[in-house]
Design a protein around this ligand. Structure first.
Ligand code: PLP
Length: 401
């Protein structure tokens, strides 16, 4: 039977994630991959997690193995409320929080909650491709605003907001990854955040703040979050995830939003998956209660800082002078720009033939046009692999210049 005529418009719109597809190709052990956004597996706190899981199940067999509420477990919410207060000076109640199956679910839900097919949203260009995928599935008209070394340009965002207004349309939300952005590694300074927030207020929309890398800062001082800067006026919805600072396999994150908006998310989540895993929520609550998270983040910072430094040093040694790259103050990625005439998408099969992989910039642009840039991840590979992989990449680039 031919299923093609049966598929919905949603499926017709959906494009496979380039990274998820690429990860299959580069799974061979001899390929050095700078492509995924994977945390270093040797740092996973597996012993601690195994101990906690055993204890949680033994001590709370029913709560951990039973269905939980859609909103999320009170024990985890309690920990999150104090964590937000302590680390971000954000005051919220349990009604402002929804526990989700990591931030990809939050992105999908946000698109479903706010966007009808054809309605407009603004994102930085380039931006996280998984967000583009979720927004595309919802049928959003995705408008990319220009960015520089400090993230999205408020002038560009405002130009798009004005243009929409002139057409009698409203921007449903502005999606931003403000800290160590995926893919470029750039961070929006506080003064620029204030301007962007003022735009959201002026044009009666909200900023969707997605910040999985914020806690992984190697140097310098964090600007305040959009949520904190907004001061409860309601022009920001924030999402956090435990994927990058703890373990992605738990698929755990949370949304912070006004209580009436959280109620709408809850109804949507009821239809999607009833609730997020009880045992994983309780184990994470216990991990937080024991104070392990802050210690673990310190280890991540030390390791990733060394890897970033090694990547920057090696790039300077092996790359031709016409190549440039960003110098992120944290996170997992940097962004490399080839000479104007080169196409990073066309170069990728040649790099894979040299046993090294990256993600071509094209996948991060809302307009989908091929370009001369690429994302490199420095958290996953070992130090030896970083040096060898960059040599292979430099060789590929030189042969194709
Ligand atoms: C900016 C951003 N948002 C969301 C996600 C999704 O992460 P998760 O669903 O594991 O929380 C990622 C993953 O790389 C990301 O970089």
């Amino acid at each position: 039977m031919d299923y093609t005529p049966l598929f919905s418009n949603v499926v017709r719109r959906a494009k496979a994630s380039a990274i998820r597809e690429l990860l299959k190709v580069i799974a061979q052990p001899d390929i050095i991959s700078f492509a995924g956004g994977l945390p270093a597996p040797d740092l996973f706190p597996s012993e601690e997690i195994a101990d906690i899981m055993q204890k949680v199940i033994k001590e709370h067999p029913e709560a951990s193995l039973q269905y939980g509420s859609t909103e999320g477990h009170a024990a985890l919410k309690e920990e999150l409320i104090s964590l937000l207060k302590k680390t971000e000076n954000i005051s919220v109640t349990a009604d402002n929080l929804l526990i989700v199956s990591a931030s990809q679910q939050a992105l999908d839900m946000t698109a479903r909650l706010f966007v009808n097919p054809g309605e407009s949203i603004i994102t930085a260009s380039p931006t996280y491709l998984g967000a583009l995928q979720a927004f595309q599935v919802a049928g959003a008209d995705i408008i990319g605003a220009e960015s520089d070394a400090y993230g999205v340009l408020p002038e560009s965002v405002e130009a798009h907001l004005t243009a929409l207004e002139k057409r009698g349309k409203r921007c449903k939300f502005i999606y931003l990854v403000p800290d160590f952005q995926n893919p470029t590694g750039t961070t929006i300074p506080e003064a620029r955040r204030v301007k962007l927030l003022a735009l959201a207020q002026k044009y009666d929309t909200f900023i969707l703040e997605d910040s999985p890398y914020r806690q992984i800062r190697f140097e310098g001082v964090s600007p305040r979050t959009f949520y904190a800067l907004d001061g409860g006026r309601g022009n920001v919805i924030t999402m956090f995830t435990f994927s990058k600072v703890f373990v992605p396999g738990f698929r755990l994150g949370f949304i912070v939003a006004p209580a009436d908006v959280i109620r709408k998310y809850v109804i949507l989540k009821q239809a999607m998956d009833l609730c997020t895993s009880s045992v994983l929520q309780l184990a994470t609550a216990q991990y937080l209660r024991l104070g392990h998270l802050q210690a673990h983040i310190k280890d991540l910072i030390t390791c990733y800082r060394e890897k970033r430094d090694l990547m920057l040093k090696t790039l300077a040694e092996v790359m031709p002078k016409t190549i440039s790259w960003t110098r992120p103050e944290g996170g997992l990625f940097l962004w490399l720009t080839l000479p104007q005439h080169m196409d990073a998408t066309a170069l990728l099969p040649k790099a894979i033939a040299h046993k090294v992989a990256y993600v071509a910039g094209v996948d991060f642009y809302p307009d989908g046009k091929a370009r001369n840039d690429m994302r490199l991840n420095f958290s996953y590979s070992s130090k030896e692999q970083i040096v060898d992989g960059l040599k292979r990449l430099a060789q590929t680039i030189k042969e194709n210049m």
